[in-house]
Design a protein around this ligand. Structure first.
Ligand code: ATP
Ligand code: MG
Length: 461
């Protein structure tokens, strides 16, 4: 793989995205050449790869802001690879390209986490526009953390569902710890609600009106994490064409949530410890110390003491972080809460999916209580979401080969697709049927009324 760098300076005044690194993956050399030629003068760096495997190899060692990905690749398909990338925590933008105008593929692509979807053949303005949209979206996401918090969290009241002794105790600890300014370490298996608790701690703290800034330590590349966290001065390293604020800066006055803290590279562990002890940071390449006014909440699904014992995590940082240590119970230890959680997720998800709520029978609920929930509350939430889409409790996913207890295993109804379609794709469908809403609703598998309601919602935004 030969990387393609920014070309000579006379082309630099094109409109573009000078701080973006882009990876293009396509098995057609002609398409790669076209994309590299179009994008390279407009961004920091373009790398091309002709298979998912080559692309994955590049991503392992490098920071990438945008992946432009062909769907039909030899070996692993673009969609399959994208799903894997998202599971591995890749949070960058992804534009999928394909020669086949197939609605199912488009839906699957969006479900897999694509930001945009364009059809071949396309012209230069189309791809530039798509990249521009991704760039704008990512910039807004980065800068407007306050808005993000307002959208995603329900401060203070009822965020955490469950009346079991374990949950009552957790709630009491949160109420006690939230107003105090000390650093909090959240430990618990995956899906137990660590991020939810972090948001709750923020919402109940004196900094509730400030930003809540989540950082996934596992998803930032080790070379860039210092500048991501602390920011950098102009010219601090190759490619730092201008000064940039770090995530600590965006969290000032609020809470910085360091998720997956066990994955923090060792050299940064030392820097973070100093920042917490001295309450100031120094952006990379800068002389200036910036005083900190924020609260740090860290989380991990590993046993951090084991990481310390294994020499992978600094002991002094561990002690510094676990001034207050909250451990979240796995769902199998508070199964009393399952019924309430199920009701909560149905009430929360049905309206946003545009489907009818689901009635769960007692035998079905017993099924749910017998299961061990290795993926904890997230697994339960996902099950309810799938079941709402299918219109029937989808227990067969938990117990392969077992019929539904309620009616002996009726075939599930067709999935409803509307919830996964982003506006653009609904518009694409409408386009493909010349604006015929009845036909578009049929293709999308929803009622015409639901479709109209969704369109009206956008129009009122
Ligand atoms: N007690 C609860 N009440 C309501 N929702 C919950 C509860 N616990 C977890 N959830 C929901 O379950 C999902 C998973 O929770 P969250 O993302 O906070 O888990 P996590 O511990 O951060 O997992 P991971 O370690 O995999 O990142 C979220 O949708 C969250 O809102
Ligand atoms: Mg989490």
């Amino acid at each position: 793989m030969e990387p393609s760098f920014f070309p000579p300076s006379q082309e630099r005044n094109l409109e573009g995205w000078p701080d973006w690194s882009i990876l293009v993956v396509d098995d057609e050399q002609g398409m790669l050449n076209f994309l590299v030629k179009t994008l390279a003068p407009r961004c920091h760096f373009v790398m091309s790869a002709s298979s998912a495997e080559d692309g994955a190899q590049w991503l392992r060692g490098h920071h990438v802001d945008l992946v432009i990905l062909d769907i039909s690749l030899p070996g692993k398909s673009g969609v399959v690879w994208l799903k894997e990338l998202r599971e591995q925590g890749f949070t960058g933008e992804v534009i999928l390209i394909t020669a086949f105008a197939d609605l199912d593929t488009a839906i699957e692509a969006l479900r897999a986490g694509a930001s945009d979807f364009i059809l071949k053949p396309f012209r230069v303005p189309q791809i530039l526009n798509a990249v521009k949209h991704c760039y704008e979206r990512s910039r807004l996401r980065r800068e407007n953390f306050v808005l993000r918090r307002a959208v995603t969290s329900t401060p203070g009241r009822g965020a955490l569902v469950g009346q079991s002794p374990a949950l009552q105790q957790l709630r009491q600890s949160i109420a006690r710890v939230a107003p105090v300014n000390s650093t909090v370490l959240l430990q618990g298996e995956s899906g137990t609600g660590k991020e939810l608790v972090a948001r709750e701690l923020h919402a109940l703290s004196s900094r509730a009106s400030g930003p809540f800034v989540p950082v996934n330590c596992a998803a930032v590349s080790p070379e860039l994490i210092e500048s991501e966290l602390f920011g950098h001065a102009k010219g601090a390293f190759t490619g730092a064409t201008r000064a940039r604020d770090g995530l600590f800066h965006y969290a000032q006055g609020g809470t910085l949530f360091l998720d997956e803290i066990a994955e923090l590279p060792q050299p940064i562990q030392a820097t973070l410890l100093r920042a917490i002890e001295d309450l100031n940071i120094r952006p990379v390449g800068s002389e200036q110390l910036v005083p900190l006014n924020l609260r740090i909440v860290a989380a991990t699904n590993r046993q951090l003491s084991d990481e310390v014992a294994a020499g992978r995590f600094r002991k002094d940082l561990y002690f510094r972080l676990q001034v207050v240590d909250l451990t979240l119970p796995p769902l199998r230890e508070h199964k009393d809460d399952i019924a309430e959680l199920v009701a909560h997720f149905i009430a929360q998800l049905a309206p946003s999916l545009g489907v009818e709520p689901l009635a769960i029978s007692e035998p079905e609920m017993d099924f749910l209580r017998q299961y061990d929930w290795p993926g904890n509350v997230r697994e339960l939430r996902n099950l309810i979401e799938r079941s709402l889409i299918l219109g029937t409790l989808n227990v067969s996913a938990l117990y392969p080969g077992v019929a539904r207890p309620a009616d002996g295993g009726a075939a599930p109804s067709q999935p409803t697709d509307l919830h996964t379609l982003e506006k653009m794709h609904i518009l694409n469908v409408l386009d493909s049927v010349q604006g015929d809403k009845t036909r578009a609703a049929q293709l999308l598998g929803v009622s015409r009324r639901t479709l109209e309601r969704r369109v009206a919602e956008w129009n009122s935004l």
